[in-house]
Design a protein around this ligand. Structure first.
Ligand SMILES: *Cc1c(COP(=O)(O)O)cnc(C)c1O
Length: 410
């Protein structure tokens, strides 16, 4: 290196050209490793191959989620930074980042279940999770018993020798039931059963591992991403041995997170605490105003004193009661449909945790195949509207809702 550079300037890791031809030099340009300073933010590490100087070091790199980087499906510095960030937020030993929430859920369920196993699952789980459990029943004979998520006695009664997993959601959609994680996870633990909690609706608000869960899964597509531009997922493990088991299967499944998605998710995490705080506050405010509106027959949000699990939510959640609410329009199906087609600040769209407020009318969209009886069994009314609150000004949202409520009542 030229003496003209100060001594703290990093030197390229690759030797000078030695007279090689341009086509060799363009394949092997000098690569600098930062020396004397460090990146302040996690860099986007788009490369997926890592070279070794030693065969034993390379062999060791095949061995688990914390080994040296080898190949992108098995690990990447940007992806691992996201995994470590979420593991820390959830109080876990380690995490696995997937290409989607369903990627994380599939990796966990398929790694931990085998033919003939039994799962106890809260009823009304996310539709993709139910579809996976139904598939596992048909293909592998994995049996599922539904429980309400409120009563540890139901879990004890459902236990069998083949029971492997208890599967819960911290806050369920669209009825916002809050699962009694401490009581149910304790009942599972007494029987040696692993508890998995989908915490997509309550990042930061609840740390299920602190309440006895063993594994937490998230659709990072929602609050972590937060801007409607990434699909991602993550599973967090209390026990490194379980992390290792799931990682072994995840490497076979191949639903690994892309480094660019992980990089955007790290960027999303920066503002997630402020976004979630604001979304929770706006959701509670809208829930209160809706509850006082003459066209609204009922409102569900865990922050309202009349919510069936309000007291449990107070113990389980901190910093807010979630950014999702649902309400019933007195005018039934026609009113629900008129409301979602009349909003102008909110948008008619699936998902949650976005910067934009999103509304759904389950009876005419996501649950349209169900007749009135099936809707009622799922706890969903003909006039039920689901709201996933975004970051808009609450007064602008309320003005929008008031005009849509007026159209729905007409
Ligand atoms: C969206 C969602 C999922 C699935 O996540 P994807 O990122 O869409 O694969 C799982 N669980 C819950 C509660 C969700 O809302």
């Amino acid at each position: 290196m030229s003496d003209a550079y100060p001594t703290n300037t990093p030197s390229p890791d690759v030797q000078p050209s030695n007279g090689q031809h341009p086509q060799t030099r363009t394949v092997h340009p000098p690569i600098e490793t930062p020396v004397g300073s460090r990146p302040l933010n996690v860099p986007l590490y788009q490369g997926h191959l890592f070279a070794f100087d030693d065969a034993d070091a390379m062999a060791a790199a095949f061995d688990g989620p914390r080994a040296a980087y080898l190949y992108g499906r098995m690990g990447n510095p940007t992806v691992r930074a996201f995994e470590n960030a979420v593991a820390e937020l959830e109080g876990g030993a380690g995490a696995y980042a997937a290409a989607s929430g369903m990627g994380a859920i599939s990796a966990v369920l398929m790694a931990l279940l085998r033919t003939g196993d039994h799962v106890i699952a809260q009823s009304g789980l996310y539709g993709g999770t139910w579809a996976l459990l139904r598939d596992l029943r048909e293909r592998w004979g994995v049996e599922v018993t539904e429980v309400s998520g409120q009563d540890a006695g139901e879990v004890r009664a459902a236990l069998r020798p083949a029971t492997r997993l208890l599967y819960l959601e911290t806050i369920a959609n669209p009825m916002t039931q809050v699962a009694d994680i401490p009581a149910l996870a304790a009942a599972a633990r007494e029987a040696g059963v692993t508890t998995v909690v989908d915490n997509t609706f309550a990042p930061l608000l609840c740390r299920p591992l602190d309440h006895g869960a063993d594994i937490v899964v998230h659709s990072a597509t929602k609050y972590m991403g937060g801007h409607g531009d990434i699909v991602g997922g993550v599973a967090v493990f209390a026990d490194p041995a379980v992390h290792r088991r799931v990682w072994d299967h995840a490497v076979e499944l191949g639903a690994t997170a892309d480094p660019f998605a992980a990089w955007l998710l790290l960027r999303g995490l920066v503002t997630m605490p402020m976004r979630v705080e604001r979304q929770c506050a706006t959701a509670l405010e809208l829930a209160r105003r809706l509850a006082a509106h003459p066209s609204v027959a009922g409102v569900r949000h865990p922050g309202l004193p009349g919510h069936p699990q309000h007291e449990l939510a107070g113990r389980l959640l901190s910093g807010g009661y979630g950014g999702v609410l649902s309400f019933d329009l007195a005018g039934g199906r026609a009113a629900g449909r008129a409301f979602i087609e009349s909003v102008r600040v909110a948008s008619l769209a699936v998902s949650l945790g976005d910067a934009a407020t999103l509304v759904m009318h389950p009876a005419s969209t996501s649950h349209r195949q169900l007749d009135a009886a099936a809707l009622a069994a799922a706890g969903i009314g003909e006039g039920t509207v689901r709201v996933a609150v975004g970051l808009e000004d609450p007064d602008d949202l309320w003005a929008d809702f008031e005009q849509a409520l007026a159209k729905a009542a007409a």
